[in-house]
Design a binder for this molecule. Structure first.
Ligand code: 6PG
Length: 226
């Protein structure tokens, strides 16, 4: 078991979202006080939407936030299946974060071109102040999937034939995702239980390869933790 994982088990998804929002706001305040900015990588999928909706109702020094994406699906801009659209609907359409401080992945350009372009943005943003991550039922995180091999030395990967639709995606690399002061996993639902158990056993999964120097915090509900 990776002893650098700090598990916080909460009653349900609502409690996970509430605690995640609290920690994100605290990290933002500390980062802005110390460094004058808060560079956060957002997780995609459905789990974090509840957290983002809570953030949209909170108060923060939004003008000093910079939003990045851990991954994006190669779909047309505005496609409801894009992570950027989920974030727009949950947070950006309501919140006060200036649009010029939101750094979307140009995934509609295709995996290779979009990854190359985003790597230039990422390399100038490292280390991130916080990285949010989810967990898939097969142990994937961001768009890093089991059995996929990516060239070393890349900050951002083009992803092809992903098992979770759509097949083409763009993902920050394990190294980029681990380059952060505060990695925070948000995991809910019984469907994640097997992946969580395998992760806790130390099995070699994409999520296991995210190894920040100071370990990582995991906010998880009872249904997923078992
Ligand atoms: C994506 C996400 C992906 C997600 C997990 C969990 O684009 O699909 O980045 O990594 O975090 O698949 O998804 P859910 O939160 O929807 O269970």
């Amino acid at each position: 078991m990776d002893d650098k994982l700090r598990w916080t088990v909460l009653d349900n998804a609502e409690a996970v979202a509430c605690e995640a929002c609290r920690r994100i706001l605290a990290a933002a305040q500390q980062s802005i006080e110390r460094r004058g900015r808060f560079r956060i990588v957002l997780a995609g999928g459905s789990t974090p939407a509840q957290t983002y909706r809570r953030l949209a109702r909170a108060a923060s020094d939004w003008a000093h936030w910079d939003l990045y994406f851990g991954d994006e699906r190669c779909l047309p801009e505005g496609d409801p299946q894009r992570n950027s659209v989920m974030v727009d609907r949950a947070l950006l359409d309501h919140g006060a974060i200036p649009r010029d401080r939101v750094h979307p992945i140009q995934a509609h350009l295709g995996p290779t071109d979009a990854a190359r372009r985003y790597a230039v943005i990422v390399v100038h943003a490292l280390p991130f102040d916080m990285v949010l991550l989810g967990l898939g039922e097969d142990g994937h995180t961001a768009s890093l999937f089991p059995g996929h091999h990516h060239p070393g030395g890349e900050w951002v990967h083009g992803v092809f034939d992903a098992p979770k639709p759509p097949p083409e995606r763009v993902s920050l690399s394990a190294s980029a995702l681990a380059s952060t002061r505060e990695p925070l996993f948000l995991i809910t639902g019984a469907g994640k239980r097997d992946a969580v158990a395998a992760w806790r056993r130390g099995e070699d999964l994409p999520v296991s390869r995210i190894r920040p120097a100071g370990g990582a915090d995991v906010l998880i509900d009872r249904a997923a933790y078992g």
